[in-house]
Design a protein around this ligand. Sequence first.
Ligand SMILES: [Cu+2]
Length: 344
Amino acid sequence: MKKYFLTLATLLTVITLNSCKKSSTESNSADTEKISVSGNAEEIKLTSPPFVPAAIGDRAAKKVIVRLETIEKTGELADGTQYNFWTFGGSVPGSFIRARVGDEVEFHLKNNENSTFPHNIDLHAVNGPGGGAEATFVAPGKEAVFNFKALNPGLYVYHCATAPVGMHIANGMYGLILIEPEGGLPKVDKEFYIMQGDFYTKGKFGDKGMQEFDMDKAIAENPEYVVFNGKTGSLLGEGELQAKVGETVRFFVGNGGPNLTSSFHVIGEIFDRVYIEGGSTINENVQTTVIPPGGAAIVEFKATVPGEYVIVDHALFRAFNKGALGKIKITGADNPKVYKSNKQ
Ligand SMILES: [Cu+2]
């Protein structure tokens, strides 16, 4: 008798859930119609780091389509050191997404057919359960679609939220989505995309060959590598960022973590403006800005004196011993009124 009631209860639950599911899908599509903005849906272009898509400017809000694919691939964590990265769009950090407040986003998450694991995406720019994670959990070879309206301007982290979440993030599954405010961000001359992440390998920093993920080091929050844009030296040599004297430079900086908080700093520069935590408050004249895992900041400075400027996590053993070091080269005429070396 008891068993009968249990079975009946289960049956009723299933029926209720199914009808809920149906009605929520219906009401979703109704909401989508209601929040639809004018014009045809346009697929927006995404970029790999250190580049960002063109500024939105003052265009009206509209319906946009984003297509992102999760790809598991072997790449270099340092010269001669390989790692099996899990990525959004084939790069670490993942493709940069740029939209504006009021945009209605039709988001397609595809999981590459060669993937070993299911993945999903939690976009911090989303108002909704799991930031889209529940709606996008997707097996290899499949695609999931969900819709959201960008309600809050700011620079937001997105990341995989599939269990074990820490491990998916530690393997490189994070990136940035910028939601520009009404009228766009102020114009600047150069924009770049930089994202910090900590990596946990069985071998020590600098060990050559294929490196396995080390769960014990990850739990202990003791990374072998702390890097910008997925690789030691990604912003050095050919990857060095470039700007000219007189230009205003904007960095969209994120921290994927999964564990370490970044003390983001450019040696020899002062940030004229920092959009604190990627939000709407602007701080001025900042030396070092704190960026937590799952957080971001927009920093801006004017290039005034030529030279090579070193980009670091100012927890400096990470910069000089674990990889969190890049450069921006400023070229142009000397500016002795601002800086002059008297060294012979
Ligand atoms: Cu994942």
